[in-house]
Ligand binder design. Structure first.
Ligand code: AMP
Length: 277
């Protein structure tokens, strides 16, 4: 596996590769959720590249950029064992050299839900993903459904800016308990973990009710909300059923309906979602 830190060197490597290229952007602290993306990308492509970059521009001033989990050696072991061809690990200067001024802003989609609670977050995500797409020019890029709004934004910018990448969304990988895997789960103590389990439990219960005939959006949301709020550690930032492409609130359920939720457990923020179809 090649470890590459500069864009110039990366371009040289990519030019030498003639097969199809799959890219999985990550911020490291890799877990089985990330590995499910690597596996799918490995199956689909001749050449598999991973980027590992904790992107400062997607963290707000009060967020966890400094203490975001970083474990390069463990990550490299995982990447090696997953048959990755190349890992791109730029430093901040390489991605944002002095004089950097440009921001990619996906209007409207970036302002609601996560965007409302994490000002500027999606501009950081959109900008770094656009840069990665421009540098790698991958045939396919892989993202996790767990970050549903991020998926909608990346699909949108890829179309709007004619980037021509096949954006592939992979299912959320969960613990046996239902908790969606996340690099931030490591922040949870035992009590907080117990509270966190209620998030997926609430989503699953709503889906179960939907499958057994309940089609009333207010009722479906109420059921999930009650389960999550049964633990006083859980503070819901939002819980709604929206269109997974536009993030407009839905009044009627259809093929694009997803229930999205963000919960604060003390200062740890967890997000999750489930298809309601
Ligand atoms: P991150 O390193 O958190 O930026 O995540 C890198 C990619 O992995 C993103 O596309 C995430 O949506 C995806 N991802 C994170 N957690 C999971 C999970 N539990 N299941 C599937 N994909 C995930």
């Amino acid at each position: 596996m090649k470890i590459i830190k500069s864009i110039a060197e990366l371009k040289g490597e990519l030019n030498a590769n003639k097969g199809s290229l799959g890219l999985v952007p990550t911020m490291g602290a890799l877990h089985i959720g990330h590995q499910s993306l690597f596996k799918k990308a490995r199956e689909d492509n001749d050449f598999l590249a991973i980027s590992l970059f904790v992107n400062p521009s997607q963290f707000g001033p009060d967020e966890d950029f400094d203490k975001y989990p970083r474990n390069i050696n463990k990550d490299l072991d995982i990447l090696n064992s997953d048959n990755v061809d190349l890992v791109f690990m730029p430093d901040i200067q390489e991605m944002y050299p002095s004089g950097f001024l440009t921001n990619v802003v996906v209007d409207k989609l970036a302002d609601v839900y996560e965007g409302l609670h994490r000002k500027g977050h999606f501009n950081g995500v959109s900008t770094v993903v656009t840069k990665l797409f421009n540098v790698f020019k991958p045939d396919r890029a892989y993202f996790g459904a767990k970050d549903a709004q991020q998926c909608a934004i990346i699909k949108r910018l890829n179309i709007d800016l004619n980037l021509g990448v096949d954006v592939i969304i992979c299912p959320t990988v969960r613990e046996d308990s239902g908790l969606a895997l996340s690099s931030r789960n490591g922040y949870l103590n035992i009590d907080q973990m117990e509270a966190g389990l209620l998030i997926s439990r609430g989503l699953f219960k709503s889906k179960e009710l939907f499958d057994s005939g309940e089609k009333n959006i207010v009722n479906l949301c109420k059921v999930a909300r009650n389960i999550i709020e049964s633990n006083s550690l859980c503070q819901i930032d939002y819980l709604d059923i929206v269109n997974c492409e536009t993030f407009d609130l839905q009044t009627d359920l259809d093929q694009n309906s997803i229930m999205i939720v963000a919960v604060r457990i003390r200062n740890i923020r967890l997000i999750d979602n489930i298809e309601i179809k």
